[in-house]
Ligand binder design. Structure first.
Ligand code: DLL
Length: 442
């Protein structure tokens, strides 16, 4: 089946800020940054306290590099200020609240003014357009609705772009498939692993996932690899692009990928100033191209200005391509708190995804289980992975050996590989849990 020709960006009307020069963009960043640090200092007690403790004042911000003098903000700060302590506007000016699930502690709560919501929708619209979505298209939105920013954030952006939105949310996979068959959407918005669940379920029903009306997928909210892009694009016959964001900074649409280059998401730098720091020594700000932890400062947000927020996402900054003034981010290799340390070797689930998907007999469905067997001081990792439907048990076992060797060669650690029946591992409904940590606590 031939891939539909992708509409070039030239057929779309871009925001002026997408086409300005780097110099003009940096001038805009500086003035917006100066405003934001003063605004945060005046209105949020936590920022006043932290700036005062660090001995910096908003007037110290004379050029962009002065941002490095200001203290970081962390998820812990948001938790301590639960629920509304970080808000910079009175409650009646807060038009919407979102929050993280709070499974690993207190929920982090974020708020938006009417203007924040309009800016957010504009940036999601910009991201979707970059990824090939056009006004008038039908968009099937399978990001979860509710306190999670994915559903409503993507929804508002698709509406702002002028699309017809189908707000299905996550889950109810059978129903998703029926609606895709009947409504014939042009684009789908979902996490990459949930799109995989949908494709998988289609095959089980005897529907060829490549035969649907879908031409574009805009995928994010969890790490994914080029190998996963290839898997989804070939099984579903569509173009898959990345969208990145996090609730503390805004939600989806902090950065978006252009379909004509598919070379990483452009950070919308007219609204966010990114930095990369050394995750282990945050006093070190790294240069473009160097891998480290991504840090964001918001430039226009009213309800929740965020100064030097430590995302824990590991990536690097790359020069702009399709939108030359806006730097790109490399693929996120993982979160610093999702890093597995196995006998002294650092490893991320995305590395396993990359290696496993290069072995044709193995499917993209896998889990990592960490254990510490009785009497052992060393941790053990078992990769539990489904063989492909078309492959025999023996071939699957042989593929497991290959995976084990490849992990040893490319990651440098020994692990066990357990090849399981197709369809036996839990499927994603949104953000997929890859790591099952069964080690004794403490
Ligand atoms: O996941 C926002 C979002 C919704 C982004 C829909 C894209 C699409 P949170 O729940 O706050 O917000 O989780 C944010 O998810 O720090 C990353 O670790 C991860 N993440 C988000 N987008 C990507 C991506 C939303 N494109 C956290 N690639 C972030 C890799 C991503 N990781």
């Amino acid at each position: 089946m031939t891939q539909e020709t992708v509409a070039p960006t030239s057929d779309a009307v871009l925001d002026r800020e997408e086409t300005i020069s780097r110099d003009e963009l940096e001038a805009l960043q500086l003035s917006r940054l100066q405003h934001t640090v003063a605004y945060a200092y005046d209105r949020v007690p936590l920022y006043k306290r932290k700036f005062d403790e660090a001995g910096v004042h908003p007037t110290d911000l004379r050029e962009l590099s002065d941002l490095g003098k200001f203290p970081f903000t962390t998820k812990e700060d948001l938790r301590l200020e639960y629920p509304f302590g970080m808000f910079a506007v009175p409650q009646h000016e807060v038009a919407r609240i979102h929050a993280s699930s709070g499974t690993t502690g207190r929920a982090t709560v974020v708020g938006y003014t009417k203007k924040d919501l309009a800016d957010w929708a504009k940036l999601v619209a910009r991201s979707l357009r970059a990824s090939g979505v056009r006004p008038g298209m039908k968009v099937h939105n399978a990001y979860g609705y509710g306190l999670f920013t994915g559903g409503m954030g993507a929804h508002a952006g698709a509406e702002a772009l002028g699309c017809t939105v189908i707000p299905i949310s996550g889950g109810q996979t059978e129903r998703q498939i029926t609606l895709i068959q009947d409504f014939k959407p042009d684009a789908i918005l979902a996490t990459p692993t949930y799109l995989l669940t949908i494709a998988d379920a289609m095959m089980k029903q005897g529907i060829d996932p490549a035969s649907t009306s879908l031409k574009y997928a805009v995928l994010g909210a969890e790490p994914w690899t080029e190998e996963m892009r290839h898997e989804l694009e070939t099984t579903m016959n569509l173009k898959a692009c990345d969208i990145y964001g996090l609730s503390e900074v805004m939600g989806p649409g902090v950065a978006g990928e252009a379909v004509e280059t598919q070379d990483g998401s452009h950070i919308w730098e007219d609204h966010f100033r990114p930095e990369i720091i050394d995750a282990f020594d945050p006093t070190v700000v790294l240069g473009d191209g160097e891998p480290g932890e991504l840090v964001f400062t918001s430039l226009t947000k009213e309800a929740l200005p965020i100064i030097r927020y430590r995302t824990k996402d590991l990536t690097r900054l790359l020069p702009g391509t399709a939108r030359p003034a806006h730097r790109r981010m490399g693929r996120i290799t993982g979160r610093s708190d999702d890093m597995i340390i196995l006998r002294g070797v650092n490893l991320f689930p995305s590395q396993i995804e990359e290696i496993a998907l290069r072995i044709p007999e193995l499917s993209p469905h896998f889990q990592l289980e960490l254990t510490r067997p009785e009497g052992h001081r060393m941790d053990q990792m078992t990769v539990r992975i489904e063989r492909r439907e078309t492959v025999t048990v023996e071939t699957g076992v042989a593929a497991a050996k290959v995976l084990q060797q490849q992990i040893k060669i490319h990651v440098g650690s020994s692990c066990m590989v357990d090849v399981v029946e197709p369809g036996s591992l839990e499927r994603s409904n949104g953000k997929l849990r890859r790591i099952y940590d069964m080690r004794p606590k403490g």
